[in-house]
Design a protein around this ligand. Structure first.
Ligand code: NAP
Length: 266
């Protein structure tokens, strides 16, 4: 039996890619699509293909009720997730969340509600397998090169900064090294923000420009040497194998599983 999937934020940049992907996977059935606009349009056509019989709708609760979906894939905003959480929980649908910018409190709330309802949730700030490897390599390097700066580069429609991936990388670096204060103790910014955001003594720089999709470089500096670890998502297809893996795995989970890496090692 195919897994019944709905996409929330289906008319967004990521949502459209997820719609196309789910339509192409033989063990998944797209049964619903929710967004704020283009209601009544067939999502197969909307994403450049042939009609698939699934029409964009606006009411998440109604879509869940009518379709009996088993998994909802959500690429919206943290505010929408907070609004929709009780609807997901009421319908006991498993959730795959790609939306970034959720706080620790948000994740704890989702975990508590999901455990009580007995549903699984995967939250992954980055579904690209190469990005997971980049973070893993960075966490290894941090032990030997404690001085590090992170530069993340995204398209200029991105709402949150720094990216979820940059924050996750910084957390991993923090866990992998002794805490230090980097840079000159007397350095000062002539223009506020010149040195980027500060996290546990390291700096994170967020670049927003048209032309980029999602990229990150982690630069380590040591005596007479630097080490750069870089990942580039050239297009949004890069996230899709990770999203499909999460859809398949979430059915067997309870509560929140945070980070695609948890699914890769299990
Ligand atoms: P986007 O193009 O703005 O798509 C979000 C979509 O959600 C929009 O179509 C938006 O409609 C819609 N939406 C707003 N309110 C809604 C509601 N109540 N119900 C259903 N849909 C609603 O953004 P995006 O570039 O696809 O990115 C979405 C999220 O994914 C962001 O948080 C981004 O950082 C994240 N992301 C994650 C990964 C990953 O690997 N985890 C990769 C890339 C991006 P309106 O435009 O009308 O508001």
């Amino acid at each position: 039996m195919n897994t019944k999937v709905i996409v929330v934020g289906a008319d967004g940049r990521m949502g459209r890619e997820v719609v196309k992907t789910v339509l192409n996977e033989s063990d998944l059935s797209l049964v619903g699509a929710v967004d704020t606009r283009n209601h009544g349009l067939d999502v197969g056509v909307l994403t450049g293909g042939t009609p698939c019989g699934v029409l964009l709708a606006g009411n998440l609760g109604r879509v869940l009720e009518e379709t009996g979906a088993e998994v909802a894939v959500d690429f919206t905003t943290p505010e929408i997730i907070r609004e929709n959480l009780s609807v997901y929980i009421r319908h006991k649908v498993n959730i795959v969340i790609g939306t970034t910018g959720l706080s620790e409190e948000d994740v704890d709330d989702i975990d508590k509600s999901a455990r009580e309802a007995g549903i699984g949730v995967v939250i992954a700030p980055n579904f690209a397998i190469g990005a997971i490897l980049m973070m893993k390599f960075a966490s290894i390097a941090a032990k030997y090169f404690p001085n590090v700066e992170i530069i993340e580069l995204h398209h200029d429609e991105k709402l949150d900064a720094p990216s979820g991936t940059a924050i996750k990388t910084a957390e991993l670096v923090k866990a992998g090294r002794e805490s230090i204060r980097q840079g000159h103790p007397e350095e000062h910014e002539k223009i506020t923000g010149a040195r980027g955001a500060e996290f546990d003594g390291m700096r994170i720089h967020s670049i927003r420009l048209p032309g980029f999709v999602a990229h990150q470089e982690v630069i380590f500096g040591g005596l007479g040497q630097t080490l750069s670890i870089r990942h580039d998502s050239i297009n949004r297809e890069s996230f899709m194998p990770g999203v499909v893996l999460a859809i398949r795995k979430v059915l067997d989970l309870k509560g929140v599983t945070y980070g695609l890496e948890k699914l890769l090692t299990e």
